[in-house]
Design a protein. Sequence first.
Length: 303
Amino acid sequence: MRSHVYCLITIFLFSTIEVVSKWLGGGIHPNAITAWRFLIGGAVILPLAIRQIKAHKTQLGLGSILRIGALGILNVCISMLLLQWSVLYGKASLSAILVALNPLFVSLFAFIILKERLGFATKIGLASGLIGLLLIVLGEQNMLVGYKNLPLGIGLALGAALTFGLYTVLGKSLVARHGNLTVNSLSFVIGSLGLFVISFFLGVDTGIRMSLNNLAVVAYLGLFVTGLAYILFFEALKKLPASTVSMYFFFKPVIASLLAWVLTSERLSIVQIVGIAVVIGSQVMIRTRVFKSPVPPVMAEGA
């Protein structure tokens, strides 16, 4: 029972990312939000990663560290940064829904890179997922009204889902060799430090405007969403099958949409709600295939 509670808390925390980011005061750059979020989250997980390394007597050579670092750059500096930009330009609920499409891209990249066979159920899942995506995007009734640039926000969210799918597939061998905690913690820290460096050379301010609201939101995103949520996820995986834990993530688009409606007054059309249902159905079919030939479960979700 406790493991299921951990899963529920985890999915709730993951579902708040996009909505809570909307609460940050003006003038805070998306690069700053992303860099601080993953630096704090990686630091929270790091002690558990060190314990995992000692327990399994894992050898981390320079080559492995460089590969984990490159993975962190892909995740933090590209995928999750695109997500943060999509929230800035568009609709928090749409960003959350579109990023939750990453299992579709995991299956595609697993087929292209890992040469994993696409079964009939996966092909149907991919096709229905694309149909759901079209319903979600085309069902938006106010594409040019009320947001900075909603079409751009949608494109950025899809880019985040695409690159996170690539991150998941490329990280499969590293996770199998070094463990989820080690790979995620190191990639989070290295990726965030990389984003700080990139932002410095681009002249981007990565400071956080000192206010109680801003500090609370950044601390929440780092400590709870990127730190505590992953720890609870790992704890649940100790007792439950990965396939069971993964099923909880089907609730993410629903929870995120409800939170956006309650907290930011964002609404979805009937067509978009139907699209969400189609996407959830497509992910059920795809994950049935994924867990017969498992992709590391902790990397299969866009946090």
